[in-house]
Design a protein around this ligand. Structure first.
Ligand code: ADP
Ligand code: ASP
Ligand code: MG
Length: 814
């Protein structure tokens, strides 16, 4: 005998039922087939809603009733030839009238018991199973309808009744041993108690019905047909990159479903496991797909983790108190109080000090749990031996499941570090002594992020998705987007990184798209995007709570720079070419560094000094490996270098500066470069990274710019420079007369930093520095006589963008 179950979506419409009929007909002939069906998808919810509205005295229940009736009538009309419709239609009508009678009663009484609820919802499966039986008959396949309530006997725990297996197995065997039909259609989910009153097996319980029958008759196989092609490594509604689990053990399947994998109802496994009956999960909408087989043993190859699941709407209740230490019986009383009120315990942790017990339950039971536990411990609470029950809501559980976990070390470490790096706070942890699962209680708002990062951490064949939010779409931003666009395929294939730019904002607009912004088209998309402020943008990033989020600041804005700490504190990485944050007050720089450490988020700003050159990275490497920076000498302004390399008195100084600006080598306000302020910021950042507590005021600046140039607007600045041409020419000629070149040099030694124009003779390292090149000489404990030198193009949008790009990739290695 074979038992086959079709779920709600498989029988949701006439079109789907036709698929079911085809699948069943392809199997008939050789042995007896038992087909268990759910209610038409969505009907159980509608029936419950209907009863709920009626109980509240809300007449809207009639609209729901109408909808239920219409759906079934239309399905019959579409499914069965007109000539055979009338008896089926009148049967549907009759049952719908019964539902209406019950609902009218509920409406009048304003009362709805669990028992009545079970009665009402039972019509969902009664309707679907009878309608499907009629369909088989109409296509000439003889099918016998059997009321599952006469076969499955339970206690009277309405809503989720407990099966009396001794009686049930006997009744089922009696029936099937005598029945002569070869195809049976049964409603799932419903049963009856010893008095013959309708009960149900719990939401999703049709799977269980099928398993109970399969177990009782020792079926050859149980097939669960649903709307996915098997059990997957995670819930397909949460993770897009899921993988099929071709084979899974009973125990693993049980753990996964217990912790939320809805694809099978948790108790389903028990009746088939004891008889070693294989269970196949198959897809009604893709019957040729292999599916998953659940049986005795698990796969031995591959990951130690078979799957990841999660349950939402969990509450954590904690019983705490000094009076609990060393006294037996507290946990027994706690669990008794919960069990007496049918409160299901999902996870338990107890600290080894015995000072507290923590239990995860469904949030719908939280209020009741608080009442019954406080009642049970009323005396101890009054005498201050224990605290009143502490309840935390809005939580969820994520669980890793795998039979082979016990033979692998480091799984818990990997699990918690993956979540920690993404700022997922863990409230409680439990590991079953079977070592088949590790579960963690986390905030409900973190579930999607947590399941996705765990999936990335444990299923190596998947890609790591990185979600990038960019602020700034100017010179550097534009180049960065072009570089990212060009590299997306390479990053995916060689680094297994899927980089998605999910947000882009400039000073006016904010473009957001969780699927990734089309980088071929970002300009137009940004122009037509809604307007938004940077603060709204930051709040959105935080609210979205996506995994592996990186915020990229390619602006020069001080407002944007003030937002970093908020992001870092949410474990969101910050990559900035904007120098404002690191060169503002030391306390802010220190706060950001601290937050980055504390919240495990990368804060990277390599491009603050020398654009794409590896200056800060080199400095950090030196220090991390135990070296000490004693002295730095550097030419750090690509702009000033360009200006002094191109100025020889033949063209006005102002024209050379203008050229530098036009070619994109200056800050948006070129006075920042010309005044030497930008170089001061850079040497300060290097000094800070070397461990120096230094502020802008501590740096001396021997500026060559006349004060008059630095007043007013950028236009004034150019006009004034033209007037001061003689001043610039004199500076040039003083150096040229000695055969020297002019370089704007930044120095740091013994805690002191200074910047200023210097005459550089041909023997100096700085003499042969062309175009917009930067150079840094590091003198350290290890590099004493000959410094370590980093040299190369230190300005320009393209190289800055590539430096930012490299920081983004570095941030993904967190
Ligand atoms: P049915 O109505 O057929 O009983 P369900 O909705 O109860 O179907 O269960 C199937 C659904 O379970 C899938 O559509 C999927 O969204 C969800 N699901 C959750 N976790 C998993 C998982 N690990 N593998 C497959 N499906 C899962
Ligand atoms: N129809 C019931 C429910 O929706 C049982 C099932 O579909 O398994 O919960
Ligand atoms: Mg189901």
């Amino acid at each position: 005998m074979q038992v086959i179950k079709f779920g709600g979506s498989s029988v949701a419409s006439a079109e789907n039922i036709n698929k079911v009929v085809e699948i069943v007909r392809s199997k008939t002939g050789t042995e007896k087939l038992v087909v268990v069906v759910s209610a038409l998808g969505g009907i159980t919810d509608l029936l419950l809603q209907c009863a709920g509205l009626a109980a509240l005295g809300n007449e809207a229940y009639k609209t729901n009733l109408q909808e239920i009736e219409t759906r079934h009538l239309n399905t019959v009309k579409e499914l069965i030839p007109v000539t055979q419709q009338s008896s089926v239609l009148s049967n549907v009508k009759k049952m719908c009238n019964e539902i209406e009678d019950i609902c009218n009663g509920i409406f009048l009484l304003g009362e709805l018991s669990e028992r009545t609820k079970d009665k009402i919802v039972s019509y969902g499966e009664l309707l679907s199973s009878q309608l499907i039986t009629a369909k088989f008959k109409s296509v000439g396949t003889d099918a016998e309808w059997k009321d599952a309530r006469t076969l499955i006997i339970t206690d009277s725990s309405f809503g989720a009744a407990l099966v009396n297996f001794a009686k049930t197995n006997e009744t089922i065997n009696d029936y099937f041993s005598q029945a002569t039909a070869s195809l049976f259609i049964l409603p799932g989910f419903i049963a009856s108690d010893a008095n013959g009153t309708t009960t149900t097996l719990g939401r999703g319980g049709s799977d269980y019905t099928a398993a109970i029958i399969a177990g009782a008759v020792d079926a050859k196989v149980l097939e669960i047909w649903t709307d996915v092609s098997g059990m997957m490594t995670a819930d397909p509604r949460i993770v897009s990159n899921i993988k099929l689990i071709p084979k899974i053990s009973y125990q693993e399947a049980m753990e996964l479903s217990h912790f939320g994998a809805k694809v099978i109802y948790p108790p389903t496994i028990q009746p088939v496991m004891s008889r070693n009956i294989p269970v196949w999960i198959k897809n009604t909408f893709a019957p040729a797909d292999e599916g998953t087989v659940i049986q005795n043993e698990s796969m031995t190859n591959g990951s130690a983790i078979r799957g990841i699941s999660s349950i939402n709407k969990i509450s954590l209740i904690s019983l705490e108190g000094s009076g609990m230490v060393g006294i037996p019986g507290f946990s027994k009383r706690l669990f008794e109080a919960l069990a007496n009120h049918k409160i299901n315990v999902i996870l338990i942790t107890q600290s080894s000090s015995e000072h507290s017990i923590c239990v995860a339950i469904e949030s719908t039971n939280a209020l009741l749990a608080k009442q019954v536990v406080d009642n049970a411990f009323a005396y101890e609470i009054e005498t201050k031996k224990v605290e009143p029950l502490f309840v935390e809501k809005e939580l969820a559980i994520v669980a890793l499941v795998g039979d082979n976990m016990k033979s692998h070390t480091g799984i818990a470490g990997r699990m918690f570090s993956a979540m920690g790096k993404n700022g997922v706070n863990i409230r409680a942890i439990a590991q079953g002594s079977s070592e088949r699962n590790i579960s963690a209680v986390i905030a409900l708002s973190d579930v999607s992020k947590a399941v996705n990062v765990l999936h990335e951490a444990f299923f190596e064949t998947t890609y790591k998705q990185v979600n990038v939010f960019i602020a700034g779409a100017g010179n550097v931003g534009g180049k960065l987007l072009a570089q990212l666009n060009q590299q997306l395929t390479f990053l995916k294939s060689s680094k297994r990184l899927v980089v998605k730019v999910v947000g882009l904002t400039n000073s006016k607009k904010a473009l957001l798209n969780d699927e990734g912004i089309d980088l071929d088209n970002w300009k137009t998309l940004l122009e037509t995007a809604p307007s938004g402020t940077i603060n709204e943008y930051i709040d959105t990033i935080i609210a979205k709570n996506l995994r592996n989020t990186i915020f990229v600041d390619v602006t020069a804005s001080d407002v944007v720079a003030t937002c970093y700490n908020k992001l870092l504190q949410k474990s969101i990485a910050v990559v900035a070419c904007n120098k404002v944050a690191c060169s503002s007050a030391y306390t802010y720089y220190e706060t950001l560094k601290h937050s980055a450490r504390e919240y495990n988020a990368r804060f990277l700003f390599e491009t603050n000094v020398g654009a794409g050159l590896p200056i800060i990275g080199t400095l950090n490497d030196l220090i991390s490996s135990g070296d000490k920076i004693n002295k730095m000498q550097a030419v750090l302004s690509g702009t000033l270098n360009f200006v002094f390399n191109n100025y020889d008195g033949t063209r006005p100084f102002a024209a050379v500066v203008k050229q530098a600006q036009d070619e994109g080598y200056t800050e948006p306000d070129p006075r920042l470069d010309l005044s030497g302020k930008d170089v001061m910021r850079k040497i300060m950042i290097l000094a800070r990274e070397s461990g120096e507590k230094i502020e802008m005021d501590d740096i001396s600046n021997n500026s060559f710019m006349p004060d008059s140039c630095m007043q007013g607007s950028v236009e004034n600045f150019y006009a004034e420079m033209e007037k001061q041409e003689a001043h610039f020419k004199a500076i040039y000629e003083a150096a040229a007369a000695k055969g020297n070149k002019l370089k704007f040099v930044a120095s740091y030694e013994n805690g002191k930093a200074s910047v200023g124009l210097q005459h550089i003779d041909p023997a100096h390292d700085f003499y042969h520095l062309y175009g917009k090149d930067n150079i840094v000489l590091f003198y350290t404990n290890r590099y004493t006589d000959q410094p370590m030198v980093v040299k190369g193009a230190g300005a320009g949008a393209e190289v800055t963008a590539s430096g930012v790009f490299a920081d983004i990739i570095r941030a993904t290695h967190n």
